[in-house]
Structures are given as C-alpha cells and as structure tokens.
Design a protein around this ligand. Structure first.
Ligand code: GDP
Ligand code: IMO
Ligand code: MG
Length: 435
C-alpha cells in the first residue's frame, strides 16, 4: 500500500490560485482524496474548465473530479446554508454529491446567525480600524470554539443537544446584541426550525473522519491525499499580519489539527505564489502600488474577491514574504500563478528586502510597527511583451519571463515546478513532475 500526501498552501494573503491548482493536480495525478482543514466560506477557490466556472467556498476543489473523495475536516467552520447551496450548485453540473463523495467531520464547528451579527457590529464599532473581514461570521465562530461554547456538526444532527446549546447561546448573544450593540434579538424558534432542516440535509455526509482515515491507513489500497489550504500564510492567526488576519491556522500546522489525519509525511509541500502580490481587506502591504501599474494589475488580473467581490489591492512581488512562507511551511515546491498578467509591463520590480531607519532587512519581520514604517527595496528586472497564455513549455517562454522565474528560485531556494499562465485548467506548464 502506498499513501502519498501533498499540502497546498497559500504563500501570500490568499487568492493565489489554490483552487485552480488543486483541481489541476487532482485531475493530472488521479488524487483519491482532497481535504479542507481550515477556514470556512471566507475562502473562494475558483476552478475554470472550458466554459464552466466553479467557485468553491466550503467544498474541496477536487469536487468536480470523478472518483475523488472530498473531506471537510474538523478545523473548518461551516455555514450549513452555504454548504447546502454549494452542493446544489455542483449537482446542477450533473455531478452527484453522495455520502461516498463528500464526508464532513462531526467535529467541525458551525456558523450561527449570531456569529454574523456580532461580526458586523464589531466591525462597525472599529470604524477606520476595521479588519475588513468577509462578514461570514468566521472570527466569532472560532472564538466560540476556543471559548468552548461552540456548536459542532455532531451537535447539529442531535435535536436535543442542538436546541439546548442554541437556547443557552442565544440567552448570552441576545443580551450582547441588545445592550452593547443596540441591535435586535435573534428568534430562537426561527433559528431552531431553520437549522433542524439543514441538519436533515447534512446528516448523510457526517463522518467520524479520524476513524475513516484510520481504516484507510489499514487498508490495502494506494491513496494520494491533497490537503487544500485556504487563505494564505500572511492571513494565519499566528504567523500572519496580526490583527489583520483570519481566525485560523492557514499554514501547514493547521493540517495536523484540522484534518483528522495524523500519519502525514508530505511528499510535497507546495506553496502557491502569485507572480505579484494582492490583498483584500485592511492591513500592512509593503509593496502595494497605488498608481497606474496597481490599476493595471487589478484590471488585467481581474483582481476582485471570489467571495465578496471587493477589489483586491495589488503590488509587486515580495520576496522576503515568499522566503518567510517557505520557512514557516517547509515548502519544497513552488507553483507560480498569474504570470500572464505581467505581460506588457516594460519594467518589472520585485522587492528583495526592506529598509527601515537606514538599515536593510532581507527577511520578513512580523511586527506591526516595522511593517507600518518599512520601505520596500525594489530591484528592477526586464519585462516581456508577449502573451504567454497559450505557451505549454517552459523553454518557449520569453527570456525575461524565464529570468523572472529563475530569480524567484534563486532567492527562495525552492524550485518553481509548475507555472500557471491563465485561469483555465489547461493553461498550466509542468516544469518538473511533482509526484
Ligand atoms: P484561491 O482563493 O487561491 O483559490 O484563488 P481565487 O480563485 O480566489 O483567485 C484567483 C483568481 O485568478 C481566480 O479568478 C482564478 O480563476 C484566476 N487565476 C488562477 N490562475 C490564474 C493564472 O495563472 N492566470 C490568470 N490570468 N488568472 C488565474
Ligand atoms: P482564499 O482561500 C483572501 C481576508 C479578509 C480579511 C481577513 C479576515 O480564497 O484565499 P475573515 O472573514 O476571514 O475573518 O477576514 O482575511 N480573507 C481572505 N482574503 N482570500 C481568502 O481566502 C480570504 N479569507 C479571508 O479579506 O482581510
Ligand atoms: Mg480566493
């Protein structure tokens, strides 16, 4: 029996093209399982195959590949309404989502209406200093998990447990909503009825994921498992640009606590890196471009959020950030995406280090004061005019484009194994086989 594991991790602030690459690798290497282990429907992972566009928020991006089993691990927070709608959307593409195809951990926490309300009010109260969250209730749901008052999928499908926990939590949250936030209370009966209906739809997919993996390990078949990260290293609650981060561990560590699978020796830890930088929401962004080039990247790269539709801030590639992500996640393979978007920019720049008070730093410093005040040191490298969206071999890329890729390899000391030259599954160059 052979078990292979591949981790897919965002190296920047999310939206690096993880969905496209998970789908591509799933199809190319006959991946048997794709596991989401963190985040929730703050994620938006886009897959494009021909004229079909699918955005996965909660379902793993292996979902459209026949035969691939998709697992939502205990580290994910689930909005049942969103999950059900997503399943229905995929089924409209003639892909049957059975309990063999999709398994959901009974220990994943669920997002409740009060989580979304509290998040909205809390963001409003922060004014200019708001995080700029996706408004999906992610932070308050993880807060309840840590506070040990969260409600899990396993609770949802037991009416007695669910109704008791809901009643208790609403007693607290309604007080908070009324007295602190001047808001309206949430109706217990209404939420109960709504969620009991969700429970019946979700019930068939609920699984003891740990035991499922245990059985898999003790079976005689071969498996290749992808652990699909959501968000990116710089949005990680511990390693990201705190407090402008999400509320979970989007880095490699999240796999160990959030997937339900313990026996992991990664064959590849793949860092997905966009050829430039983007960020949605507030927070430090040393290489941000507030000029015409920033606008060019935003328009050409269609940099509008897959979840909220908000414009993404754009800037030059930041090498210290890539090196940081490589270190934090032990990345041994880079997939470079959206390289096609850089075509037509005469002079490209990449940030190789930062400068503060006359001192230079060639590594990322995760400190708000530093990030608010540092200046990126930019190195200019030649651009290319050619459209690269139909190129299928590395050698056929323009010389400066190859130089750009080699520069990234030289500075991160990690090979760029796959290059993405467009949103479609087919617009992908494999330089080195990853498995
Ligand atoms: P994810 O959250 O990391 O899965 O990324 P998103 O799906 O939120 O955002 C990436 C966007 O870029 C999507 O609209 C993709 O269809 C698109 N995309 C992915 N790879 C490429 C690429 O190589 N070139 C171009 N032009 N677009 C890409
Ligand atoms: P994918 O998986 C980009 C950002 C939000 C906000 C911060 C906190 O598609 O790469 P949250 O709602 O999580 O509490 O918001 O994190 N954010 C993302 N940005 N891509 C994502 O996911 C994101 N998920 C959260 O914009 O700045
Ligand atoms: Mg996204």
């Amino acid at each position: 029996m052979v078990i292979k594991s591949v981790a897919i991790i965002g190296t920047q602030w999310g939206d690096e093209g993880k969905g496209k690459i998970v789908d591509f690798i799933t199809k190319k290497y006959n991946i048997t399982h794709v596991v989401r282990y963190s985040g929730g429907n703050n994620a938006g992972h886009t897959i494009i195959v021909g004229d079909k566009k699918i955005v996965c928020h909660l379902l793993p991006s292996g979902i459209i590949n026949p035969g691939t089993i998709c697992i939502i691990g205990n580290g994910v927070v689930i909005d049942p309404e969103v999950l059900i709608k997503e399943i229905q959307k995929i089924e409209m593409l003639n892909i049957k989502i059975t309990s063999d195809k999709l398994k959901i951990s009974e220990n994943a926490h669920i997002i409740m209406p009060y989580h979304k309300q509290i998040e909205l009010k809390s963001e409003e109260s922060k004014g200019r200093n708001k995080i700029g969250t996706t408004g999906r209730g992610i932070g308050p749901t993880y807060a309840d998990k840590i506070n040990r008052i969260g409600i899990r999928i396993g609770d949802l499908i037991n009416k007695e447990i669910f109704s008791n926990k809901l009643k208790k939590n609403l007693e607290f949250y309604n007080k908070l909503l009324i007295s602190i936030y001047n808001g309206d209370p949430i109706n217990y009966e209404k939420v109960l009825e709504e969620y009991i209906n969700y429970a019946e739809i979700i019930r068939p997919f609920v699984e003891n994921v740990n035991h499922y993996f245990f059985k898999l390990l003790n079976s005689n078949s071969d498996y290749i498992i992808i652990f699909e990260g959501a968000q990116g290293t710089l949005l990680d609650i511990d390693y990201g640009t705190y407090p402008y981060v999400t509320s979970s561990n989007s880095t490699l560590g999240g796999i160990f606590t959030g997937s339900g699978f313990g026996n992991i020796q990664f064959n590849k830890i793949i860092g997905i890196a966009k050829a430039y930088s983007t960020r949605v929401g507030n927070g430090p962004f040393p290489t941000e471009l507030k000029d015409d080039i920033g606008k060019y990247l935003q328009n050409k790269g269609k940099e509008f959020g897959s979840t909220t539709g908000r414009p993404r801030r754009c800037g030059w590639l930041d090498i210290p950030i890539l090196k940081y992500s490589v270190n934090i996640n032990n990345i041994n393979s880079i997939v470079l995406t959206k390289l096609d978007v850089l075509s037509g920019i005469k002079k490209l720049k990449i940030c190789t280090k930062y400068e503060l008070d006359g001192k230079e730093f060639d590594y990322f410093i995760n400190n708000q004061t530093f990030l608010d005040n540092c200046r990126p040191v930019l190195e200019e490298i030649g651009g290319w005019e050619e459209d690269i969206t139909n190129i299928k071999e590395f050698e056929k890329l323009p010389d400066n484009c190859k130089k750009y890729i080699r520069k990234i390899e030289e500075m991160t000391k990690v090979p760029v194994d796959i290059i993405s030259t467009g949103p479609d599954r087919n617009q992908t160059i494999i330089r080195n086989e990853i498995l």
